[in-house]
Design a protein around this ligand. Structure first.
Ligand SMILES: *[C@@H]1O[C@H](CO)[C@@H](O)[C@H](O)[C@H]1NC(C)=O
Ligand SMILES: *[C@@H]1O[C@H](CO)[C@@H](O)[C@H](O)[C@H]1NC(C)=O
Ligand SMILES: *[C@@H]1O[C@H](CO)[C@@H](O)[C@H](O)[C@H]1NC(C)=O
Ligand SMILES: *[C@@H]1O[C@H](CO)[C@@H](O)[C@H](O)[C@H]1NC(C)=O
Ligand SMILES: *[C@@H]1O[C@H](CO)[C@@H](O)[C@H](O)[C@H]1NC(C)=O
Ligand SMILES: *[C@@H]1O[C@H](CO)[C@@H](O)[C@H](O)[C@H]1NC(C)=O
Ligand SMILES: *[C@@H]1O[C@H](CO)[C@@H](O)[C@H](O)[C@H]1NC(C)=O
Ligand SMILES: *[C@@H]1O[C@H](CO)[C@@H](O)[C@H](O)[C@H]1NC(C)=O
Ligand SMILES: *[C@@H]1O[C@H](CO)[C@@H](O)[C@H](O)[C@H]1NC(C)=O
Ligand SMILES: *[C@@H]1O[C@H](CO)[C@@H](O)[C@H](O)[C@H]1NC(C)=O
Length: 386
């Protein structure tokens, strides 16, 4: 046998015996690909299959599969078959929990085949009850509360999932097709979550990253109208589509908190596009959408290297009714496109354009995430290769 043939044989043998790895794109692609035996290509010992009708499915709903998992440190994978699931999903367990949508195009969120849909607004009670997906150890951890510091989460509340992930899923809160009180698609608190090629669709308060919540997003979409990235925790979103379904409040409305650990809490949106949902909405929001407004004095947000269409307010950020003009930071770094008016930004009292040196401490996900014990750079749960 020739040496090259031997190498091929050896490497295919090694790839068979090597452990299934969520970070290995080929392993994940094989698991997500629809097939007659849906779990083929998956890590068999750890994977549950959800489908509404298939006889091979372990569960008919996502939440039934999540609820079956023990609260331990083991890793579990839930493969979700093509379909529209009307349900709320609530992940409280602490071990790694990975939700995968079935797809033939794992790098294209527009080809996602799984929609998880809920329709609820916070007419009575806390915003927490409305969310399509919740990742938090218990109800207290996920409550928004009110006032500048929000709900006083008891100190003895445990940390929830250390490594939650969603690949190729859409989470939708379709309460009404416009802003009509908070209607969350994602609520994550006291937990770490990675959202890859994942779409979140609502109108008001689409994304909530609550206290001690760390969220990383890559390659998906977030659609909304009013304050649709809000919270107390830390969100790093990169290479996503931010879709303006109209505008109200700001794109971001962060509170920030310093009652916890010294990570760089705030919302960071980088290398993304910020565009009107379509041309008819674009005509009505020309130069109207603020990048953000400070929900309390610890608001911190940075938009970096994004393409902005002309929906964006020329001044960038705004104040919130004169309430909090001492926010921590409302900033931009190298944004561009017709929504970036350098003259109007410079004249604004609420937008700070960062220099290279000022951007440097925030310039990567690694630099902004923190650990409950105070260490910085706790990002082992992030799939940078997705
Ligand atoms: C499944 O678990 C069994 C028993 O622990 C082990 O022998 C086998 O290698 C595992 N298979 C995979 C694909 O991890
Ligand atoms: C899910 O709902 C959407 C919108 O109603 C529809 O276009 C799509 O075909 C549905 N998907 C499945 C798998 O039923
Ligand atoms: C899960 O286990 C952790 C660690 O033992 C504990 O702190 C937490 O309260 C448990 N969560 C649930 C939902 O039971
Ligand atoms: C999620 O489940 C936990 C444990 O059952 C429960 O305490 C909590 O209320 C649920 N969260 C929401 C937002 O319903
Ligand atoms: C939730 O917080 C309240 C205090 O605000 C406390 O009385 C209650 O025991 C907490 N519940 C849980 C399950 O920790
Ligand atoms: C444009 O987007 C808005 C906001 O999502 C939606 O209400 C409207 O139906 C869309 N119009 C078209 C023509 O798609
Ligand atoms: C947050 O609190 C820590 C610990 O008290 C302190 O070192 C840090 O400077 C504070 N950060 C901000 C932004 O206030
Ligand atoms: C920040 O602004 C708030 C609201 O105006 C005010 O209550 C607070 O005292 C201010 N903090 C500082 C440090 O100026
Ligand atoms: C940018 O903003 C300035 C100051 O508000 C304004 O005079 C100018 O017309 C704007 N430029 C464009 C291209 O909109
Ligand atoms: C910025 O604040 C100063 C002082 O309060 C005020 O005179 C000026 O008009 C403000 N500029 C803008 C663009 O709002």
């Amino acid at each position: 046998m020739s040496i090259p043939k031997l190498v091929v044989l050896l490497s295919s043998f090694l790839s068979v015996v090597a452990a299934w790895d969520i970070h290995n794109h080929n392993h994940r692609r094989a698991c997500q690909a629809p097939s007659r035996n849906p779990k083929s290509g998956c890590d068999h010992n750890k994977t549950l299959y959800v489908h509404q009708t298939s006889p091979t499915a372990d569960f008919r709903s996502v939440q039934a599969a999540v609820a079956s998992l023990p609260n331990n440190t083991n890793t579990y994978i839930i493969l979700i078959g093509t379909g529209n699931y009307t349900e709320q999903v609530n992940v409280t367990r602490s071990g790694p929990t990975y939700l995968l949508g079935q797809t033939t195009s794992p790098k294209n969120y527009k080809a996602n085949t799984v929609n998880i849909i809920w329709r609820q607004a916070a007419l009575l009670g806390d915003n927490a009850y409305t969310s399509t997906l919740t990742v938090a150890p218990n109800l207290n951890a996920s409550l928004t509360g009110s006032g500048p510091t929000g709900f006083a989460v008891p100190d003895d509340t445990p940390f929830g999932c250390v490594d939650f992930r969603s690949y190729n899923l859409n989470f939708i809160n379709d309460y009404l097709p416009y802003s009509a009180t908070p209607s969350l698609a994602l609520s994550i608190s006291r937990a770490n979550g990675g959202f890859y090629y994942t779409g979140f669709y609502s109108y008001q308060d689409t994304i909530y990253v609550g206290k001690l919540g760390n969220a990383y997003m890559r390659g998906g979409e977030v659609a909304g109208q009013t304050d649709f990235f809000y919270g107390f925790g830390t969100l790093w979103a990169t290479q996503i589509a931010v879709t303006l379904r109209s505008c109200g409040g700001g794109i971001t409305a962060w509170k920030g908190t310093n009652t916890t650990f010294p990570n760089k809490y705030g919302v960071y949106i980088t290398d993304s596009t910020i565009l009107a949902a379509n041309s008819s909405i674009a005509a009505t929001i020309y130069h109207k959408c603020p990048l953000g407004r400070p929900w309390n004095a610890q608001h911190r947000s940075i938009f970096a290297r994004n393409y902005l269409d002309d929906s964006i307010l020329p001044a960038g950020y705004i104040d919130w009714s004169g309430r909090y003009n001492n926010y921590t930071l409302q900033a931009e770094y190298q944004d561009y496109g017709p929504g970036y008016n350098a003259t109007a930004r410079a004249a604004s009292n609420f937008t700070k354009v960062l220099t290279d040196r000022e951007w440097e401490p925030y310039s990567s996900a690694k630099k902004v995430f923190g650990h409950p014990d105070g260490r910085l750079g706790w990002d082992s749960w992030v799939d940078y290769d997705a």
